[in-house]
Structure formats: C-alpha cells, structure tokens
Design a protein. Structure first.
Length: 402
C-alpha cells in the first residue's frame, strides 16, 4: 500500500467540483459535488444526535437502496432545525442535481454543514448547480474539499493505492471538521471513494469498522453534530473479482486500506481542532476489554481540566488520573503505570522518585503529545486523539455566526 495524491478523484471514474454559490458572505467556496461515472455501491454512517438535519434524513432514506451516483454538499448552512421546508430544500438539492447529471433523484445523496436553524438559501444553490456540474473534473477533488470547509483552516485529504488480485485498487477521502467533534458512529462530514468491486453488505461492514477505529476515536469538544455524515462510494471500476467473503484476504486488505485513509482524515480533523495548539494521543493499555479502555481514554480526552492543563503546559498529572477514575471503569490504582511522552510518572501506582517534572514540562511544550495509562489488568487497548482547550476556541465559537 502506498499513499498517492488526488484524494477522492484519484479513484477511477470519479469527478468532483467546488464553487462559490453565495451562501458564505466572504466569497469562499460553499457548494461541492462528487460524481461517479457509473452507479456505485453506497454505504453511510450518520449522526446519533436525536436532532438530525434534513439532509441526513434524506440521505438515510436514499442510501437504503445501496446505490448512488453522486453526493452534493453545501457549507455555510446546516439546514438543521428547519422543519418541513428544510426537508423540501434537501429534496430540491437532490432533484436539481439529478436533473443536471441525468439520473434519478434517489441516486443522489445530500449533506450540509454550517449554522443551525437558518433557512437554506435554496435558490442560490439551485442557480449554482449547473456551474457545479460544468466544472466537474478528475482533478476537482481539492476544490470540492475547499467547498465543504467551515471553520477548518486546512483541507483534509487522503488517498492510497494497493494491489489486489493483480489489479490496482484506489481509495480516496476528504473530510471537514474542526469543532463540534465528538462522534458516535460518524463524525463531521467525510466522503470516501473507491474503485473496488465489493458486495454491498461487505462495504457496509468495512465502513462501520473503519469508522469505529478512526472517526469514532476522536474528540475536540464533546459535541456531536446534527449533521455528522460519512459516506463511501465503491464503483467497481478497478476490475477486480468482486469481494464477497468477509474472511478473505482481499477483504482484509481493503479494510486495512480503508482504516488507513479514515484514520489519516480523523487525525487531520483533530490537528485542525478549533483553537488547538496541541495534538494529543491517549493510549490506554492493559484493560480487560476494548470498551473499558475506550471509556477511560475518552474520559481523559474530554476533561476540560486536562485539556486546559495541556494548553497551559502544566504537568498537573493528577487531573489525568482523576479523569480516568471518573470513567466508571474499575481499576486498581496500586497497579497502574502512567507516562507522558516517554517520561514515566507512576509505576505500580507509585510516583517515580526521579526528577520527572522538569522533563514533563519540556514534553508539554511540544505540538504533539502522547499520554499512556497501563491498567495491567488484561490485554485490551484503545487510542483516542484529542486537543487542548485554548482561549482561541472560546473566541471562535463565541462569534461563529458572525
């Protein structure tokens, strides 16, 4: 497997585009389109927030067919909490896109991101769709990712290529998100394309597993959006023998590559977290099971006291152990090992006697930090990626609508 350029449009038969249609006041791109030249197998994972945006509801309905031709996405307006008219607007986005590329409306998936509770300027979108279609190209992936950004400061793009049965398989992905990041089943917006031939059932399994191993292991601010969406299109144009068996080598290779792309995108989201000055990996090892390790890691990652200490570069390690204890998972404090970076702080529950504090202060000045908690109770482990909590996070979110 090797990394390649091009993101979603590195994949055979995929074109994309991104334009400014007038939703955003500052002239930035705000409308994107991703199209497969043939019908593609489609799978999606969506927000668990009880309040679901209109485009989420529509895409959940359309994706039940298991096939799709295109995804249209707008940024700058979430089309969430907008009532029946919001759902009608989502349908109109699908209808106008379908007419413009010559397919049926139920072949179109829709996503939106931006301010919640504001009516979608559907006329601007409808006027923009013909230009969006005209600008579709095999090099349009970057323009598409630029058009789905909101408070993001950098595009999030990943793609890989690997061999399967003598054929070259490509997987490409884009994502947006830097705030309102605490996914359960999905996260922010992410769109993945691949030219592999695979059964729809296995595509769904692979997407869910990859999301659980990547996007579901990140947190910036413990908020799950109304619009969280991850969609994958697999158009089969690589020409490989279709994958139909879960325990096959071919499926495992695909899953490994999909997890690689998803994890790369997930880490980019965290590194671009609103106001973030630190990228933090929290590893909980030696747990009885994965769920226990995950609960402890997220309890640490979501603690505002931990996050502010990281921002202040304060080696107040007690906050981390306190957060672990608040997870609801039982463990023996007298057994644990604890490190920040490579510096050991606790060994068998006891504070090391060496001069750890000055070393930890140096570690906390770094942009990327690793925290390791070893429970010494079993073999299960989990890794969660998060950020610190800075003054800038408050500034960004206190004036988001302006």
């Amino acid at each position: 497997m090797r990394e390649i350029n091009g993101g979603i449009t590195a994949v055979k038969g995929i074109t994309a585009s991104g334009i400014h249609c007038g939703i955003k006041k500052d002239g930035r791109k705000d409308l994107a389109l991703i199209v497969s030249e043939v019908d593609a197998s489609a799978a999606g994972v969506f927000t668990e927030n009880h309040v679901k945006a209109a485009p989420v509801l529509l895409s959940q309905k359309n994706i039940k067919r298991g096939r799709a031709r295109a995804i249209i996405i707008n940024s700058g307006n979430a089309n969430a909490c907008t009532g029946k008219i919001g759902y009608k607007h989502a349908e109109e986005m699908a209808d106008f896109t379908a007419q413009s590329i010559g397919v049926s409306s139920n072949n179109i998936l829709v996503a939106s991101t931006g301010v919640i509770g504001v009516p979608l300027p559907i006329n601007k979108i409808k006027k923009g769709i013909p230009l969006l279609v005209k600008k579709l190209s095999a090099s349009g992936g970057l323009k598409a990712v630029e058009a789905i950004m909101t408070t993001d400061t950098t595009p999030k793009v990943s793609a890989v290529e690997y061999k399967c049965g003598g054929k070259s398989i490509r997987i490409g992905g884009i994502a947006k998100g830097s705030g309102m990041i605490y996914p359960r089943l999905a996260t922010m917006l992410s769109f993945i394309t691949t030219d592999i031939a695979i059964s729809h059932g296995l595509l769904k399994i692979a997407l869910k597993e990859s999301v659980n191993r990547s996007f579901n292991m990140i947190t910036v601010d413990n908020d799950t959006s109304t619009n969280d969406t991850v969609i994958i299109l697999a158009n089969g144009l690589a020409g490989n023998k279709p994958i139909t068996y879960k325990r096959s080598k071919e499926f495992n290779l695909f899953l490994e590559a999909l997890i690689y792309v998803s994890t790369a995108l997930a880490k980019m989201v965290v590194k671009d977290g609103e106001g973030a000055t630190k990228f933090v990996e929290i590893n909980v090892n030696g747990a009885v099971n994965f769920e226990d390790a995950k609960r402890i890691a997220f309890s640490i990652a979501n603690s505002n006291l931990v996050k502010t200490a990281l921002f202040g570069e304060d080696p107040n390690w007690g906050r981390i152990i306190c957060a672990a204890g608040n997870s609801g998972v039982r463990f023996n404090l007298g057994k644990i090992g604890f490190l920040i970076g490579k510096q050991k702080i606790l060994e068998d529950g006891n504070l090391v006697k060496r001069d750890w504090e000055s070393k930890v202060k140096g570690i906390l000045k770094q942009r990327e930090i690793t925290i390791v908690l070893n429970l010494k109770m079993g073999n299960a482990k989990a890794s969660v990626w998060t950020t610190d909590l800075s003054h800038d996070y408050v500034s960004i979110n206190s004036s988001y609508r302006s």
